[in-house]
Design a protein around this ligand. Sequence first.
Ligand code: TRP
Length: 332
Amino acid sequence: MSKEIVVSGIRSTGYLHLGNYFGAIRNYVKMQEEYNCYFFVADYHSLTTHPDPKDLKANVYRVVAENVACGLDPEKVALYAQSDVPEIPELYLMLNMMAYKGELEKVPTFKDKVRQQPENVNAGLLTYPVLMAADIMIHRAVKVPVGKDQEQHIEMTRNFAQRFNNRYGELFPEPQAFNYGSTLVKVPSLDGTGKMSKSENGNATLYLADSDELIRKKVMKAKTDSGPTEPNSEMPEYIQNIFFLMELVSKSDVTESFRRAYNECTIRYGDMKKQIAEDMVSFIRPKREQIEYLLANEEGLKKILRNGAEKARESAMKTITEARKLIGINYY
Ligand code: TRP
């Protein structure tokens, strides 16, 4: 039996952090064993905010290096740049004829952007969900691993697929957002508020690019207090958070002993943070070194991208040929 098709896009903004790793990449790495996966760097999507042309290449290389260093195997999945697959913008153009201004203007992510950057409300921003639908439909994917904030885009993709099928004939399956269920991990930030994030609080977020020293420094600054005074007291959220971080990277008996110490009011947060810092360093260092190693070998990265594009285009060309035929574009 052929494997189900999975597509997901990775935005090329900034450096990867622990939240990205546990929230998304780790799931990609699991999925590559069971599904026929197409993972791409969403470089066209990034043009909506007019990035400096000088930065684009480095950003794309970094995304590839980070994902491969975290375990994505370019032999098992198609790992490619969106802009290397011209069939995507072609399908995007076709789908734009079935996407209505009214529905696009209502999309929450669009409304957010209008608020954030009123000076740059371009048509690419408005039709972002159409391009995303093309990304997914070009491989006739059925599963799309994404965060909660993207589910509405997947719903729109289903609508576009239906509209195409109704008008021109059955070609596209209706994709579902892939929910990782209990494995969907939100990594809390080190300052006790919210989760690790690219844009906010850089000092409360651990990046895979952080040096050992920087990791230690950030962890040691994590918010704690002078400790519980009553046995078995309830943990404040920022203490739950550091236990959560510890559970991600430390051995379970180590975590357990600190839990016991908490319940017995003998916990020393300084020691706990030292332990977390060292285990974080052991966790992040090999990934950071592997990213650096991959980035130093540009030929290797190019080869990954070229092979990925080849695999992606093979599948994309089949879809676009069918779509053209159904629409009536086959003149000779
Ligand atoms: N919009 C997604 C995000 O912001 C990225 C993305 C672009 C994507 N195209 C996609 C995700 C196709 C899944 C499938 O994270």
